[in-house]
Design a binder for this molecule. Structure first.
Ligand SMILES: [Fe+2]
Length: 166
């Protein structure tokens, strides 16, 4: 059987370790598996990640690190003041790990309270599909993070406010 999505790996990170970690045969990843994935990539591939990393403005910079039939992995950078709108991941489970600096995350599960957490260097967060969030660099130093989503390629949905998450 042919997978609908071909395996794709960023050329600068096309390393045996990354190819092993993304488990191309796994069709769907749980939040804890995604959290472990971004955490391990961030820890084990720190140097090549920092070599690839760029910062741009006004639009944030990002690069896709890997795509399989079950998961997509991204590297994102955040200059001070940069951030997302409130959004969810279209029902995908997700995770991120802070590679550099510090991020602020406001998040909400439907019907739950809005919470705000500082995500420190090395911190890894995994979440299920119903969760919406807003991620920002509210500090004074550049930041970067590694993200993973499963299933891959689902469009995000933006909200004017996390208050609007039903
Ligand atoms: Fe997100």
């Amino acid at each position: 059987m042919t997978l609908a999505i071909d395996l794709d790996v960023h050329p600068a990170l096309d390393l045996p370790l990354l190819r092993d970690l993304i488990l191309p045969e796994r069709p769907l990843w749980t939040p804890s598996q995604l959290r472990d994935l971004t955490s391990t990539i961030t820890t084990e591939l720190t140097t090549p990640l920092l070599d690839v990393l760029r910062f741009e403005e006004p639009q944030r910079w990002w690069a896709r690190l890997a795509l399989t039939g079950g998961v997509e992995v991204w590297l994102l950078s955040w200059l001070p003041g940069q951030g997302t709108e409130p959004h969810d991941h279209g029902g995908a489970a997700g995770s991120f790990t802070v590679l550099k600096g510090q991020l602020t995350e406001d998040y909400r599960y439907p019907g739950g309270p809005i919470r705000t957490m500082k995500r420190q260097l090395g911190e890894a967060v995994g979440f299920s599909g119903g969760r919406a969030h807003q991620v920002r660099n509210l500090g004074v130093a550049p930041a970067a993070s590694v993200h993973a989503y499963s299933p891959p390629l689902l469009p995000t949905r933006e909200y004017a406010s996390l208050e609007d998450v039903k």
